[in-house]
Write a protein that binds this ligand. Sequence first.
Ligand code: S6P
Ligand code: ZN
Length: 191
Amino acid sequence: MLIMEPRAFAIEMDTGALRPAERVIRRTLREMRALFADQDAVERILATDGDRLIYEVCLAGIEEAAGQIPYSTTVIQPGRVGDEFHMTKGHFHVLRDRAEIYLGLAGEGHLILQTEDGTARSLSMRPGTVGYVPPHWGHRTANSGSVPFAFLAAWPGEAGHDYGTVEERGFAQILVSRDGRPTLIANPTHV
Ligand code: S6P
Ligand code: ZN
């Protein structure tokens, strides 16, 4: 039996950065280009402005293993691709019946959830909002505000991450700006 040393981490509440982060993952528009619904907008942005940072994940470095509770903070930059808000790639857990907890830290955004049959929901997230991702719901987050949106996430270590299902099929609904409001609409590119 391995006895781990207890450790404390700090979250910079204004930026959402986790310190010390064992690993920081940066996701840019170029590598996420296929995930946004408006492909003309993607090409236009890449051609005129070049690549842009969409989000960063600071991982605490807790082992992804049964019994552990890995956690991270995510910071999504404000902005849109066409009408669609900047968002994370999104995933299901490999073990579909594993849940997850989100805590809003800074800015405002939406937690977008969907089951494999395409049923979709969204939860508005602000600093202090605890969003619960129940078992079986795929999840992604979007920044629907005008400043960076940061949140903490914690999940069962054995859950695993399935990105392929979202890459192949997309989300059934996407979060766009309509009449100045974040609105969930059917995703025209969903398979
Ligand atoms: C992990 C948890 C979050 C996301 C992060 C980035 O289970 O849901 O830490 O990993 O928000 O999203 P994604 O979809 O790129 O992993
Ligand atoms: Zn997850």
